[in-house]
Write a protein that binds this ligand. Structure first.
Ligand code: SF4
Length: 333
């Protein structure tokens, strides 16, 4: 199973309690970026371009990370970046988030993972999420360095041997060869990894626009991947997979995955950085949420990224008993 039952039950319980309290906007996943520094410069990454613009302001302290966790109250913390394993206090940050009863998904390019495993302890609340965008030649070309794929796959195997939960995050680009992606997913299912998150890349400003799929292109490419849903352990909800396959609409809920990084609380979402707010409360209260999402902001037109849309599946489940039942059976399956 992609996420442990314990973590998914915590998430469901949290959502139901918030709904019963009449809250209409509350975060599901805090995107915490302890550092914007990275040991790669991947072709489709928007963060490294932002860091270039302001290299001085690159890391959060342990106290700032924990304060963000407490402020948001989100039951899952996605520790991302930059490369979080470059942060000198990453083990302490993760341990103290886990001690607060939150789930942690630590997103990494995998280069430092195997050497970092000694610092962590396996837990149903902790998953490593390794980014892989293709088989060796393709992934290394996006990553801009030979050997990245081999190192990441070796780290996945090492983490699995040592009892850690490991997910993989795969991004689709315009040049993605879907037959190769199918091969990659089948290889990962054979290891086996605990789950695979998949999404089309977001078209960041300042990155070569030819890299990114339009929404119709993404839907067309996703068909053969959707057909693998019985044999590949996708970590995305079944509703989100249907959205990627063009079988249903999902709204964007940008407030569901607030992002805290060294510049503050990113407004409005993980992908767009129009401004930074001084606190989580200011982000929630001062953002004109209705101005964002497809149909409201042209930059959102082709966005199908899970950070905005997969949480909408949870939002739909809270509105509809059949959808809630469907998600619960997916959790238990
Ligand atoms: S659609 Fe939502 S998640 Fe995507 S860029 Fe727009 S606001 Fe952000």
């Amino acid at each position: 199973m992609a996420f442990s039952r314990q973590l998914l039950w915590s998430l469901a319980n949290y959502a139901i309690v918030n709904k019963l309290h009449g809250r209409s906007r509350f975060p599901f996943v805090l995107m915490l970026e302890p550092t914007l520094r990275c040991n790669l410069a991947c072709a489709g990454c928007g963060r490294i371009r932002e860091l270039r613009a302001d290299p001085a302001n690159h890391s959060l302290s342990v106290a700032e990370c924990l304060s963000a966790v407490d402020e948001s109250g989100a039951p899952i913390v996605s520790v991302t970046g930059g490369e979080p394993l470059l942060h000198p206090d990453i083990v302490s940050i993760v341990d103290q988030i886990l001690a607060r009863g939150r789930g942690v998904t630590l997103c990494t390019n995998g280069l430092l993972l195997e050497d970092s495993l000694d610092g962590f302890r396996p837990s149903p609340y902790l998953s490593f999420v390794v980014h892989l965008d293709g088989l060796a030649r393709t992934h290394d070309s996006y990553a801009g360095r030979e050997g990245v794929f081999a190192t990441a796959v070796a780290a996945i195997a090492a983490a699995k041997r040592r009892g850690f939960r490991v997910l993989v995050n795969t991004t689709l680009y315009k040049e993605t060869d879907i037959a190769e992606t199918v091969q990659l997913l089948e290889m990962l299912a054979g290891i086996p990894v605990d789950g695979i998150m998949i999404a089309p890349a977001f078209g960041f400003d300042g990155v070569d626009a030819d890299l990114f799929l339009t929404r119709p292109e993404a839907i067309e490419r996703f068909g053969p991947i959707y057909d693998l849903r019985q044999s590949v352990p996708f970590a995305n909800t079944p509703l989100y997979l249907e959205f990627l396959a063009g079988k249903r609409e999902l709204a964007c809920l940008p407030w569901s995955t607030p992002t805290r990084n060294p510049r503050g609380w990113r407004q409005p979402c993980y992908l767009l950085g129009d401004a930074y707010c001084r606190s989580f409360q200011a982000l929630m209260e001062e953002t004109n949420w209705g101005a964002y999402g497809p149909g409201n902001d042209p930059r959102c037109t082709h966005c199908m990224v899970h950070s905005g849309h997969d949480a909408a599946a949870m939002g739909e489940a809270l509105q509809s008993l059949p959808t809630l039942w469907r998600l619960l059976t997916w959790v238990l399956s």
